[in-house]
Ligand binder design. Structure first.
Ligand SMILES: [Zn+2]
Length: 230
């Protein structure tokens, strides 16, 4: 039984398993992320601003109404026929004019506020439409990611089955060596090609090559990895 070959197969499985775990971690992170938070926060901010403007508009309208009520009261008095003194009538007319004059800036402000409210409502509506569109795109992407996650899970499960089938063929003391090397170096087994250790690039001596070819466990003299000849 060629143990280095089995170890090399084990390493291929373990590396694929590592890659699968890394991939599923990446996918899970992406699924947990909330890329639309910035957009949603911007809309919330605009909605708060809108409520502020609407409140300001209501208060300003109340001021306009107050002036209008006072003007109306004076006008009723003026046209009631109860006042006959020309001096009093003139004063009343002047007061009405004065109140009308005072009312103008409030009316102007209400108009400006109404325009601002309308513009902001449009802006919010546009942003909500865009957000909905982005959410749909994101949902589609997330469904794809969930599909990828399922594929990776199936691959992982298959790798684990293959690993479990392979392990009984490898003596446990060799498994310990392999695990320790893997921990230190990431790769415990190195392929030998054209008498060169692929992992570190050092030449492998003829005697070492011969021993490795028989299936014996031979370590690279430079990087200490287990050598595997095809
Ligand atoms: Zn080496």
């Amino acid at each position: 039984m060629n143990i280095p070959r089995l170890l090399f197969q084990l390493q291929e499985i373990d590396l694929a398993h590592d890659a699968a775990r890394e991939k599923s971690g990446r996918i899970e992170n992406e699924l947990a992320a909330d890329p639309l938070a910035v957009e949603r926060n911007a809309i919330n901010k605009q909605q708060t601003e809108l409520r502020g403007l609407q409140h300001e508009l209501r208060e300003n309208d109340a001021q306009v109404d107050d002036f209008t009520d006072r003007i109306k009261g004076y006008e009723e008095k003026l046209y009631s026929g109860r006042i006959t003194s020309p001096k009093e009538l003139t004063t009343l007319q002047k007061d009405i004019e004065l109140l009308r004059g005072h009312r103008i800036p409030f009316e102007d402000k209400s108009l400006a506020l109404m325009e601002a409210v309308e513009a902001l409502e449009h802006s919010i509506s546009d942003a909500e439409t865009a957000l909905q569109r982005h959410k749909e795109t994101l949902d589609t992407h997330k469904r794809e990611l969930i599909g990828q996650l399922e594929v990776v899970a199936a691959e992982t499960s298959e790798l684990e089955t293959r690993r479990a089938a392979l392990l009984p063929e490898i003596p446990s003391y060799v498994q310990v060596q392999y695990q320790s090397l893997r921990k230190q170096k990431g790769r415990a087994v190195s392929k030998v090609e054209q008498a060169i250790c692929r992992a570190c690039g050092i030449a492998v001596t003829a005697a070492w090559l011969h021993r490795a070819r028989t299936g014996e466990i031979v370590r690279c003299t430079n990087c200490n990895r287990i050598l595997y000849l095809e």
